[in-house]
Design a protein around this ligand. Structure first.
Ligand code: NAD
Ligand code: DAU
Length: 339
């Protein structure tokens, strides 16, 4: 079995590669990644010499490069993680989000049609459902919740999902989609809430909480997401969407306070800053379908996962310090300098 993993030098894609190489020692895993600001080759260092692994630097929007790779590798399965993934950046400049997240997906789908594959899996997000009110805890996103996006990021992801389903209905392409809630864990780029707060707290820098910090996200440890995708590509029904999440809702401020407490840092570091434009209030996934059909359940409790994650950032300082001292520094100043 040969699997092309796009976006495998990013947060979730790299964790997925580690999981697959360990779980299936006879599979060939080919990572295709453009290495944007969010992709980091050092993340894949531990698998670079594995004879079952190959890294190829390419853009999913480059149909020539994508077709050449399909011709060479004759993949059975494609798992598409490649995307622009940060909501705040999409608010600043949507263009690259439309290009990579929609047009890049189209290039991959066309290659799948041209060369034939057993499965195309699209890694999508709960953000395609929009948000839920804070005062209706009984409401959850199911796979039949209408798409109702808020940001250029989520709109581009929803567009890609529609395209994937259209290729199934129109051309019979064997596709699946997973829509997951917020992930956390090792190798998470420090522009996102949890790693940003850990890095800032460790450097005794202000912890910038948007608005009042009451927005709710549904957190899942990244390994649990990887296991869900593994199950879907092997056992999921073609043409289906699977929601992935662990009923683990937390207000942003709760998370930031937990990080302060675990690191022994004062809550006085918390600084309330101007809210994100169009900020989604609450996400909450109903994972009944994947649980009943495929037997998937999250294995890591948040209380354990957050400690493991903070410990990872404590033990891998060079990984994130090299990011925050590089190109990312000017992004940080632009986003938070006058906020
Ligand atoms: P990330 O930003 O950490 O990584 C994205 C990767 O894609 C990087 O390695 C980057 O170099 C690569 N990439 C970007 N544009 C590319 C292009 N044009 N061609 C080839 N490679 C390109 O993202 P992540 O957080 O790991 O998210 C991965 C996927 O999972 C995304 O599709 C995202 O929408 C989805 N998702 C993320 C979360 C989350 O909480 N992080 C939750 C649900 C779904
Ligand atoms: O729900 C899945 C989505 O989760 C994925 O599709 C996205 O790719 C991923 O980035 C994530 O999106 P969010 O916008 O939820 O994640 P982020 O870490 O950017 O923000 C989480 C919450 O924390 C959100 O309510 C905004 C808030 N926040 C974020 C940052 C970066 C802050 O209060 N301060 C910050 O500095």
């Amino acid at each position: 079995m040969t699997i092309i993993v796009t976006g495998g030098a990013g947060f979730i894609g790299s964790n997925f590669i580690f999981h697959m190489l360990k779980r299936y020692p006879d599979y060939r895993i080919v990572c295709l990644d453009k290495l944007t600001y969010a992709g980091n080759l050092s993340t894949l260092e531990s698998v670079m010499d594995n004879p079952n692994f190959r890294f190829v630097r390419a853009d999913i929007c480059d149909s020539e490069a994508v077709n050449a790779l399909f011709e060479e590798e004759k993949p059975d399965v494609i798992v598409n993680f490649a995307a622009e993934s940060h909501v705040d950046r999409s608010i600043e400049d949507p263009t690259v989000f439309l290009q990579t997240n929609i047009m890049g997906t189209a290039v991959l789908l066309n290659a799948c049609l041209k060369y034939g594959i057993k499965r195309y899996h699209q890694v999508s997000t709960d953000e395609v459902y929009g948000d839920l009110p804070l005062d209706r805890p009984e409401l959850l996103f199911t796979e039949t919740t209408p798409l109702h996006t808020s940001s250029p990021y989520s709109s581009s992801k929803a567009s890609a999902d529609l395209l994937v389903l259209a290729y199934h209905r129109t051309y019979g392409l064997p596709v699946t989609i997973s829509r997951c809630s917020n992930n956390y864990g090792p190798y998470h780029f420090p522009e996102k809430l949890i790693p940003l707060m850990i890095a800032n707290a460790l450097n005794d820098k202000p912890l910038p909480v948007y608005g009042e910090g009451k927005n709710v996200r549904d957190w899942l440890y990244v390994e649990d997401h990887c296991k869900a995708i593994d199950l879907i590509i092997h056992k999921g029904r073609v043409g289906e969407v699977y929601n992935v999440g662990g009923h683990n809702e937390k207000q942003n401020i709760e998370i930031v306070k937990m990080i302060c407490a675990y690191l022994g840092k004062p809550e006085s570091l918390i600084t309330y800053v101007t809210d994100r434009k169009g900020h989604d209030l609450r996400y909450a996934i109903d994972p009944t379908k994947i649980n009943e059909e495929l037997g998937w359940l999250p294995e890591t409790r948040f209380e354990d996962g957050i400690k493991k994650t903070i410990d990872w950032y404590l033990n891998n300082r060079e990984w994130w310090e090299s990011i925050i001292s590089g190109e990312y520094k000017s992004y940080y100043e632009k986003m938070y300098g006058n906020r």
